[in-house]
Design a protein around this ligand. Structure first.
Ligand code: GLU
Length: 449
């Protein structure tokens, strides 16, 4: 049997090995989507004859550039910068920048591919893109971060613009880095434009952008529970990560009556059986903002346990929210969660579950929300920031929060519509199909080129 979606290949694996060799994360992201969209393509000869599948999995542009910059010891360091402009069929490319040693073409192609579906799900006119650098900001001084951002933008500015591509933050790129990048863009181009989102509010940033991914995640979770005639009140939640997504998810979950009992970083995790409070979350944020800290200090401050070198997945809880990074949750962790009776797994990070872990979740009778649907709140508020920049008029926090909640409710509804079979909602399938339909229709309408 040959692989019906791409002529001349025996299987999807064969196709990916030939077209994108040595890109395991990208293969994982494409494989996960293909199973769900294949029946739709098979049922639509117009998608097949327009070769939509092969076009969808090939980025429009993959840009890579040298970033040379001077560190505090006056040495010249060289990093690699990237921008993957994956699919622009429904709007200018949009997606974050990540600064991390693990950044490479495979990781950015997986992220750009996921972003294409995620952005389509928001209902806002944004194509998919992703970028960043293998630069490791840990232990760097503020001056070094600024010089790196200046050098990075000195190359990136050629490829972006409000009608072309609008980057934002991702891992290790927050408000400080976006400020430096925006300043560099403005000085290089002599233009004050909404070319990045996640900006400070004094220069065109939106209210709630910082909170949006974590809050949106919990709005999505609340919708899932509501759909099952349940709610968050009194539920125990384990969260991994201690960054922007994790701490804001914790904050919103606590405010809706849940008990959040873990957070983690690359050194280990804390388990606080009494549950996090706003005070504890604020402390974690301030502590993690300092250079070279781990969460271990939490325990001497507030009690609980610290476990080094592990994620929190062995802690019994009703809800698990992986909010750190890709492939952080493996098959054994997934089985532990199921054995411990987890009700819902909700992905705050992008592709945090390995393919095998995801298979465990999807075959178990639990609620499973994939990142491309559940963590879309961040980019959704980025979309609102783009509109606000165009009008040069900012909305207030309550308005944005309400719109965010509405968008997450709509994404949930789209997943339910496309993913329900025999009374069970397969949210991954729903998200993949709903995102695919929108992008594929736009590609079809725009012809070949
Ligand atoms: N990096 C975020 C994501 O994974 C947000 C991207 C954006 O706001 O453009 O969706």
């Amino acid at each position: 049997m040959t692989f019906s979606l791409a002529d001349g290949y025996d299987s999807l694996e064969d196709f990916l090995d030939a077209r994108a060799p040595n890109q395991p994360e990208f293969h994982q992201a494409v494989t996960e989507v293909t199973d769900d969209i294949k029946p739709i393509i098979d049922a639509h000869p117009e998608f097949k004859s327009a070769n939509i599948f092969e076009r969808l999995v090939e980025p429009e542009q993959v840009i890579s550039f040298r970033v040379a910059w001077q560190n505090d010891a006056n040495e010249i360091e060289v990093n690699r910068g990237y921008r993957v402009q994956f699919n622009g069929a429904i709007g200018p490319f949009k997606g974050g920048l990540r600064f991390h040693p693990s950044v490479n073409t495979s990781v950015l192609k997986f992220l750009g591919f996921e972003q294409t579906f995620k952005n389509a799900l928001t209902g806002l006119p944004m194509g998919g893109g992703k970028g960043g650098s293998d630069f490791d900001p840990s232990g760097r001084s503020d001056q070094e971060i600024m010089r790196f951002c200046n050098a990075f933008m000195q190359q990136l500015y050629r490829y972006i613009g409000p009608d072309i591509d609008v980057p934002a933050g991702d891992i290790n790129v927050g408000a400080r880095e976006i400020g430096y990048l925006f300043g560099a863009y403005r000085r290089i181009t002599n233009r004050f434009q909404g070319v990045l989102t996640g900006k400070g509010q004094s220069f065109g940033g939106s209210e709630m952008r910082t909170e949006a991914t974590g809050y949106g995640l919990v709005y999505f979770l609340a919708e899932m529970l509501k759909h099952d005639s349940d709610d968050l009140d009194g539920k125990s939640v384990i969260i991994s990560g201690a960054g922007n997504v994790a701490t804001h998810a914790a904050e919103k979950a606590v405010s809706l009556g849940a008990k959040v009992i873990t957070l983690s970083d690359s050194a280990g995790f804390i388990h606080d059986p009494d549950g996090l409070t706003q005070e504890k979350i604020d402390w974690v944020r301030a502590h993690k903002a300092k250079k070279g800290t781990t969460l271990e200090a939490y325990v001497s401050k507030f009690g609980g346990d610290w476990t080094a070198g592990k994620g929190p997945w062995g802690v019994k809880a009703d809800i698990a929210a992986p909010c750190a990074t890709q492939n952080e949750l493996d098959k054994d962790s997934a089985k532990m969660l199921i054995d411990n009776g987890v009700l819902a797994v909700i992905e705050g990070a992008n592709m945090p579950s390995t393919a095998a872990a995801k298979a465990v979740f999807r075959s178990a009778d639990i609620l499973f929300a994939p990142g491309k649907a559940a963590n879309a709140g961040g980019v959704a508020v980025s979309g609102l920031e783009i509109s606000q920049d165009r009008m040069r008029r900012l909305s207030d926090a309550d308005q944005i929060d309400e719109t965010l909640e509405g968008i997450m409710t709509d994404i949930h509804a789209a997943c339910v519509e496309e993913g329900t079979r025999d009374g069970h909602v397969d949210y991954s399938k729903g998200a993949n199909i709903a995102g695919f339909r929108k992008v594929a229709d736009a590609m079809l309408s725009q012809g070949v080129g």
